[in-house]
Design a binder for this molecule. Structure first.
Ligand code: SAM
Ligand code: SF4
Length: 339
């Protein structure tokens, strides 16, 4: 499949109205998933975009190519679960082959990683993020509806392929997975994988998870202080996201763990370094995860317009910060936006 049209050349970096360089695009290739995590797509969700509303592989690559003309260099493919899309390998390869692409990452729940890890690596993916909220078989199933065995096999397969970096992601949920954090840290340290703890964002139904399930990164850090020592690592950034990294030493660990903390809700300066836009599977550009505004890229593509204009509009409309703390009501759940 040759998806690259090469009508656009890579251009200089773009800045938004607040002086932030915007060079990172999270690309959702599907709003569907083979799991149904409590915080992302609880059971019963029916808001799927119909297929004709999805970007085709060709439209997707034209959009990413337009992004490179405005200085985008870093791309992460996500979803929904990106590995359930049948043409995913061709999409990854085509993004990697664009002249403007500097880095290409993939976010996955890991369930389909084992059979695909080799092709994903060959397609050009440099870094893989795998969601892992629990190691306990039953708890993992309760949170995600899925099978932890397939995820662990996927993580091992990715290790064998030697990706530059494999990160693990855990969403903090009070009363749900609090008993798993130390086990997850041990698991990550044994494999020398960075593990990131993410504050729960209000992107799900409140009858499934609500404010009482929120656990801040500060609370986790002070709990970890009771079992070991956390030391900030200033120059360590194994990705392009907003995590702050620490080394965690404890008698329980074979070697220090590298822990990332993503405090989207409680970190006062969280939005100051935001460098990204999101592209949804149904072709909307989302300047901010925690605000409802979207720009219709698919509509302009299908009207024969230059997709770069939609990117310019999205950059110009990027707000200074999110509205998660202002009784934010998500227009659609995380699975439909793209994590
Ligand atoms: N299916 C893939 C996966 O699970 O990694 C990629 C998509 S998922 C939406 C991307 C990331 O978003 C995951 O790490 C997931 O834990 C995180 N996420 C989803 N909903 C969230 C929420 N409400 N709050 C915080 N993180 C969330
Ligand atoms: Fe699926 Fe990932 Fe959302 Fe879980 S977090 S429901 S695996 S898209």
């Amino acid at each position: 499949m040759n998806l690259v049209s090469s009508t656009k050349s890579p251009g200089p970096a773009s800045k938004d109205s607040y002086g932030r360089t915007i060079d990172y695009l999270r690309i959702s290739v599907t709003d569907r998933c083979n799991e149904r995590c409590l915080y992302c797509m609880p059971e019963g969700y029916k808001g799927w975009a119909q297929k004709p509303e999805h970007l085709t592989a060709g439209e997707l690559i034209r959009s990413v190519e337009a992004a490179t003309s405005l200085g985008f260099r870093k791309f992460r493919v996500t979803g929904g679960e990106p590995l359930i899309r049948k043409d995913i390998i061709g999409i990854l390869r085509a993004i990697w082959e664009l002249p403007g692409t500097q880095t290409l990452g993939l976010s996955t729940n890991g369930t389909r990683l084992a059979p695909l890890a080799r092709e994903i690596k060959q397609a050009g993916v440099r870094s893989v993020n795998v969601s892992l909220d629990a190691l306990d078989v039953d708890l993992y199933r309760r949170i995600t509806g899925g099978d932890i065995g397939a995820v662990l096999a996927g993580i091992e397969a990715a290790r064998e392929q030697g990706f530059e970096v494999i990160k693990l992601n855990c969403v903090l949920m009070r009363g749900v997975n609090e008993g798993e954090y130390v086990k997850l840290i041990e698991f990550a340290a044994e494999r020398a994988m960075p593990l990131r703890f993410i504050e729960l964002m209000p992107l799900t139904r409140t009858d499934v998870l609500d404010d009482s399930n929120f656990l801040s990164i500060q609370e986790l850090m002070s709990r970890l202080g009771g079992v070991g020592a956390l030391t900030a690592i200033d120059n360590y950034r194994p990705g392009h996201g907003p995590a702050k990294y620490y080394e965690f030493q404890s008698d329980r660990l074979p070697s220090p763990a590298r822990l990332g903390f993503i405090g989207a809700i409680t970190s006062p300066h969280f939005c100051e370094t935001c460098n990204k836009l999101r592209l949804t599977a149904d072709g909307k550009l989302r300047p901010c995860l925690g605000r409802l505004g979207e720009i219709d890229l698919l509509g302009s593509l299908r009207a024969g317009e230059d997709p770069a204009r939609a990117f310019e509009e999205a950059i110009a409309n990027k707000p200074e910060n999110h509205e998660f703390l202002d009784r934010y009501v998500p227009g659609r759940p995380m699975t439909a936006i793209g994590g």
